[in-house]
Design a protein around this ligand. Structure first.
Ligand code: PH4
Ligand code: ZN
Length: 307
């Protein structure tokens, strides 16, 4: 059933697990996510970025998710706008039927971020839609970063407390050292778990980890084994995901892992049979591989059986 993201995340916050928030741009990814949720009885958040909306249309993505939610009525699902950059972008998503939105004003000043977020919260709450905001910048922590530099990029727990009180935002993404994409850390992976625990203690609401793809060895190997190049790539280790959930993360954003897995399988079919042109023969194995990866991730997040 398609429901407010806050209902899904409040339960995860109360019970101490995380829900996977998986990005989609098309039907096949949405099918893979629902199939994984169905096999594991997991709640899910399906999210679409402004780029995804530009590609497929907000209404189309809503219709895909709505239709699948009717096929799997026992699965709690929220359709979430990922990194909405303006109030208008959030309003458009809500009008299209999204049940959760992120207003990402983290590149604005703290005061502007507060005001934009409060505006979105007031609108969204009047129509039973949950809201996420972000504090700090999504950047990997380098090995040799000094404390002052770290304070400048990562979430400030004092600000987080003030922000949540003022805006009444439902869930918060605190920057603790992750970044988007396949190249998250130059040296050893490092996240600021102490800072995360302090934000959780002060805010006591569901928290969100962006840039949480893990790039497991078998995924990289499959991509490179089919002719791709991911030299130097590094994701968030599974142990770090578990540690972040202990520290209060309840929504784990994953996109890069799905993209890499999907493309590796497409390439595998293309390499094996140069004269294949039935697109279902490419898309079915890609969908299956993504579904398996998502099931594995749900087990790590602790969302299995939480419907
Ligand atoms: N996201 C995904 C952002 C996708 O514009 P776009 O469609 O490329 O945006 O918000 C994440 O946090 C995913 O993190 P990941 O890269 O570690 O999977
Ligand atoms: Zn993100």
């Amino acid at each position: 059933m398609l429901i407010n993201g806050n209902d899904i995340l409040a339960k995860a916050h109360n019970e101490g697990y995380a829900v996977g928030a998986f990005n989609i741009n098309n039907l096949e990814m949405a099918q893979a996510i629902f199939q994984a949720a169905n096999e594991t009885n997991s709640p899910i958040i399906i999210q679409a970025s402004e780029g995804a909306i530009k590609y497929a249309g907000a209404k189309m993505l809503y219709r895909i998710v709505k239709t699948l939610s009717e096929e799997y009525p026992h699965i709690p699902v929220a359709l979430h706008l990922d990194h909405g950059t303006t109030v208008g972008s959030c309003v458009k998503a809500i009008r299209a039927g999204f049940t959760s939105v992120m207003i990402d004003a983290s590149h604005h000043s703290f005061e502007e971020n507060k005001d934009m977020t409060k505006t979105v919260v007031d609108i969204a709450h009047s129509v039973n839609v949950g809201v996420e905001a972000e504090l700090g910048r999504l950047m990997g922590i380098e090995d040799n970063i000094v404390v002052d530099e770290m304070d400048a990029v990562l979430v400030n727990p004092n600000e987080a407390e003030e922000f949540v009180k003022y805006t009444k935002v439902d869930y918060l993404a605190p920057a603790i050292g992750t970044s988007h994409g396949a190249f998250k850390f130059k040296g050893e992976p490092k996240l600021d778990f102490d800072r995360l625990a302090e934000v959780k203690r002060r805010c006591n609401i569901p928290l969100v980890l962006h840039g949480a793809s893990a790039i497991p060895e078998y995924v990289r190997e499959r991509f490179e084994g089919t002719g791709g190049d991911l030299k130097g790539s590094k994701g968030v280790p599974f142990d770090f995901l578990k540690e972040s959930i202990k520290g209060g993360i309840n929504k784990i954003n994953t996109d890069t892992d799905l993209r890499i897995m999907f493309m590796a399988e497409i390439r595998a079919v293309a390499n094996k049979n140069l004269s294949e042109f039935d697109i279902r023969k490419f898309l079915n194995p890609a969908k299956d591989a993504v579904k398996k990866l998502i099931i594995e991730r749900m087990e790590i997040l602790g969302s299995v059986g939480k419907v």
